[in-house]
Write a protein that binds this ligand. Structure first.
Ligand code: ZN
Length: 595
């Protein structure tokens, strides 16, 4: 482009005029040819080729058209008939925690035998070369304790003491309720046969009274408090790991759905270093106890926005702080039952053999933000230009959140607000149409809409058949006109966007989960592939006010795109789970290439 401009200037206005008349195509930086480019535009158009200049899409159409824009310096990518689509937008995740988990020693929520468990930990111990002389902890996370093979195997410190390391070792379960530690860790924590159980926790003992190494609930804190908290430098390393994981999955924009300052800061450090490879949106939270007098919390978040938000979207990824997170309740599943419900959870008044499920008295906790607090809080949040992102899992919490938005719409009809309600695992059917009517985005973790331990053992009987029939209502909400949006909630689950999309369109678990979970989850129709893809692209972009820049492949938009190894729009929907990303591009720059 430089040389063209130079020639024009030297040759004078006559040439400029004639060049303008001939409308020479801009010389593209990159062209992608011979593909099936699913643009996810309003018409669902498919193009053969795409041309990119200065990080933006300048052409979509035929190979010939794109080739006409190529010059000697243009990079050409031959897609060989492969599929390209917009980069994924994950509208609810916890990236700093996710990244830290990847670095810690990630057991990846896998079913493991004891030897496999030990091999994974040995590999982690070997990775940083520390033999333990430095006293550094070996921390492992995402341990799927309930699925240890053979089922019910007794896990003890002896399994960790056998590892080739002198380090204190702590392995934390993915459900968050237990930790297994080695003898060194027990000694450091001062836990012996005489240590009493802490309030709300249990220290397991063997028949001789010695601690086995298994610590439940609050007893985990005896060890956790000894583990050094991450430094800002650790946070940057975790953020970098999170970005690498996102790029490999094809995630090009994300929302940190409960952003502590440490997270915003760490990603900002990477942004300044030119290492931000996905567009980062951050939602700091306001705690329930701050709700009644929210001004100090709001002032804190406004200050973070002033410090970190980088303004209007640019071709290169930036940091945005424009959303505020509120937790309305906990989780609906056993053993927590902290979802706020319209009707009580059921209780078994019979025996396990002859069950008799009857309504109990527990409807979950009081909503974390009661209606009288939430309505004025939304008024203030939105007056300051933030969009609210409300965690609501039970139908009672969802109802209160919708009511508060209804009040806001009534009082501020002209205010431009894009409220989101995350999770929505149980929604009363009378509330389905209100999402569309009130312009509320349901942000759903589509991988939850399958039969699994949490939905079957942890929810089915406690909810009863009527509510269970509506569990994870993504398809029903879509039918009612809601703008379904995807958020992985990583690291509550592994970062596996393609498995989530597959479950969204099949409501079926992976065969490896076992025959007991092979049938689709009830709860209405599955999403179509296009609905699921839109949830993770243009709809998610809309929820983050980024739909004019990203979320679809259209002329003028940023070139955030992925090349995947299969046509997810055709063929067996179960195979979507196996999709591999071959290339991820953000703002026209390749940020990931499959090895
Ligand atoms: Zn979350």
């Amino acid at each position: 482009m430089h040389s063209l401009r130079l020639i024009s200037l030297l040759a004078g206005s006559a040439l400029v005029a004639s060049a303008a008349h001939a409308a020479p195509a801009p010389v593209a930086d990159t062209v992608l040819l011979h593909g099936q480019i699913h643009t996810i535009d309003a018409q669902g158009s498919i193009a053969q080729a795409i041309a990119i200049k200065d990080g933006r899409i300048v052409y979509l159409g035929s190979d010939a058209g794109a080739k006409a824009m190529a010059g000697p310096a243009t990079q050409t990518i031959d897609l060989k008939g492969g599929v390209v689509m917009p980069g994924l937008i994950d509208a609810h995740m916890h990236p700093l925690e996710g990244g830290a988990g990847l670095l810690a020693c990630d057991l990846q929520y896998k079913r493991l035998t004891v030897p496999e468990f030990q091999a994974a930990l040995s590999a982690c111990a070997a990775k940083d070369g520390s033999q333990g002389n430095d006293g550094k902890w070996l921390i492992a996370v995402h341990w799927f304790q309930q699925e240890m093979q053979p089922l019910g195997v007794d896990m003890t410190k002896a399994m960790l003491d056998a590892l080739p390391t002198q380090r204190p070792v702590a392995v934390f379960s993915s459900f968050g309720h237990s930790a297994l530690v080695n003898s060194k860790a027990l000694a450091l924590a001062g836990i012996d046969a005489k240590t009493p159980d802490p309030v709300g926790g249990a220290i397991h003992h063997d028949d001789k009274g010695a601690p086995t190494g298994l610590l439940e609930d609050a007893a985990q804190d005896l060890v956790r408090k000894l583990v050094p908290t991450p430094t800002p430098a650790d946070d940057v390393v975790a953020a970098r790991a999170a970005l690498a994981a996102m790029a490999a999955q094809g995630v090009t924009t994300f929302l940190d759905a409960d952003a502590p300052r440490e997270s915003i800061h760490a990603f900002s450090v990477l942004s300044k270093a030119g290492e931000l490879t996905a567009r980062g949106h951050f939602a700091p939270h306001i705690a329930p106890e701050e709700g009644p007098s929210p001004e100090p919390a709001l002032a804190r978040i406004v200050e973070w926005r002033r410090t970190y938000d980088q303004g209007a979207a640019q071709v290169q990824p930036t940091i945005m702080v424009r959303t505020i997170k509120l937790y309305m309740d906990g989780v609906i599943t056993a053993p927590a039952f902290t979802g706020v419900m319209l009707q009580p959870y059921l209780e078994n008044h019979g025996t396990p053999e002859k069950p008799d499920w009857q309504p109990g008295t527990n409807k979950g906790p009081a909503p974390y933000f009661p209606p009288a607090v939430l309505a004025p809080l939304l008024e203030r949040i939105t007056a300051l230009g933030f969009d609210p992102h409300m965690h609501a899992d039970g139908d009672g919490a969802v109802r209160i959140a919708l009511d508060a938005v209804a009040a806001l719409r009534k009082n501020q009809p002209a205010r431009d607000v894009r409220p989101a309600i995350a999770h929505d695992e149980i929604v009363d059917p009378t509330d389905f149409p209100r999402y569309k009517a009130l312009g509320v985005t349901p942000v759903l973790s589509l991988q939850w809409s399958k039969q699994a331990a949490d939905t079957v053992a942890g929810a089915k009987d406690y909810l009863g058949p009527k509510r269970y029939a509506f569990m994870e209502p993504s398809g029903l909400l879509a039918k009612a006109g809601a703008r379904i949006t995807f958020g992985s909630d990583w690291p509550v689950d592994p970062l596996n966007e393609w498995f989530a999309l597959k479950v969204g369109v099949t409501r079926r678990n992976d065969p490896s989960a076992g025959p007991e979970y092979s049938q689709p989850l009830s709860g209405g129709p599955p999403l179509s592939v296009m609905q699921a893809v839109r949830a993770a692209t243009i709809n998610a972009a809309w929820s983050l006010r980024a739909e004019h820049q990203v979320g679809s492949l259209e002329r003028g938009k940023f070139a955030d795109l992925i090349w995947i190894d299969r046509d997810i729009f055709a063929g067996n929907p179960d195979a979507i789970a196996q999709t591999r990303v071959l290339l991820t591009m953000v703002g026209g720059k390749v940020v990931y290439r499959a090895p």
